[in-house]
Design a binder for this molecule. Structure first.
Ligand code: SF4
Length: 315
């Protein structure tokens, strides 16, 4: 079970895809996503994307070498793009392979060229290479930084392939001060691992000190494979004593945790999310995302009421 946790360098291969822009449903609304890579170097134990690609998700990264060509052709053919594009839903587009191959950078340039707004979700510092690129499009893009903890000892165990929190916040500061729309998404909050008031306050302190305006958060959802990794994490952190409490707040028994995700119980969820909201208020951080007015060459108004928003993508 600990194999996902070993900090080994993944194999990198190339893959030619047939399409890049993918439709997906976000709470009944149409969303669009691109994933320049398959698999992820960041090795987060709580990762929801592993299910589709495991067991090699963390160990074998496929670089979609023809991604920019595909995207160019798709954007050229598209009469309209009905919503902002999410980069990316099932990998981190700024993982280490991006330094060498630059696939994400080429895709971002194309989205800008065709006037398409985009959101980027990342927990990487590699995005700093493209600071000027995003800055020149700052009214039309939004960067969401996924931060789960500022405790780098815990971080090494729950997401061993990610950079340390200080270096991430240095990059966030540069983007936020540079006028790029930035948000912090504290997701997932892992019960008994990253849910302490101290940890949540520290993330919010860093967010406020580094110029981030918007915050969101969510509690870990459990699936059978994620639950196995969470138990490994609890053992590694010498927190075996809370396994029973986990089972209670997720109402787990051996038969109920299968393919579907389990949500934590309402009381736990309410208490933690309420804490985050209150602490945001104290720091003048907004626990919401703005409705951005996108500039676009495409008709985003056609299905306006049905158009996906940032909040839809992350909730
Ligand atoms: S960065 Fe995202 S996609 Fe990559 S392992 Fe972590 S949760 Fe999964």
């Amino acid at each position: 079970m600990g194999s996902w946790y070993k900090r080994s360098t993944p194999i990198i291969s190339f893959k030619e895809g047939k399409s890049l822009l993918r439709n997906f449903l976000v709470y009944g609304k149409k969303g669009l996503t691109i994933n320049p890579y398959q698999g992820c170097h960041h090795r987060c134990g709580y990762c929801y994307a592993t299910y589709q690609w495991s067991p090699e998700f963390y160990d074998h990264i496929y670089t979609k070498i023809n991604a920019a060509n595909l995207l160019y052709n798709e954007l050229k053919k598209a009469k309209k793009i009905s919503c902002p594009v999410m980069i990316s839903s099932a990998t981190d587009a700024y993982q280490p392979a991006e330094i060498k191959y630059g696939i994400t950078r080429e895709c971002v340039k194309l989205l800008q060229k065709f006037g398409v707004p985009y959101y980027i979700f990342t927990k990487s510092t590699i995005i700093e290479r493209d600071f000027e690129l995003h800055k020149q499009y700052s009214n039309n893009c939004f960067i969401v930084w996924s931060i789960t903890t500022c405790d780098d000892i815990v971080k090494r165990i729950i997401e061993p392939g990610t950079p340390n929190s200080n270096s991430i916040f240095k990059v966030i500061k540069r983007f936020a001060k540079g006028g790029v729309n930035c948000a912090i998404n504290i997701d997932p909050i892992m019960p008994f691992i990253t849910d302490s008031k101290y940890n949540l306050e520290k993330i919010l302190d860093y967010a406020a000190a580094n110029g981030v305006g918007y915050v969101s958060s969510g509690i870990l959802r459990l699936r059978s494979d994620i639950w196995k990794r969470v138990q490994f994490i609890l053992h590694t952190l010498h927190k075996e004593d809370v396994i029973k409490q986990y089972m209670q707040i997720y109402n787990i028994n051996d038969f109920t945790i299968t393919k579907n995700s389990l949500l934590v119980d309402n009381e736990y969820s309410y208490n933690i999310l309420d804490l985050v909201k209150n602490e945001c208020r104290k720091r003048s951080l907004q626990y919401r995302f703005p409705n951005l007015i996108y500039k676009t060459n495409h008709d985003l108004t056609n299905e306006n009421s049905r158009a996906v928003t940032l909040l839809d993508y992350i909730k």
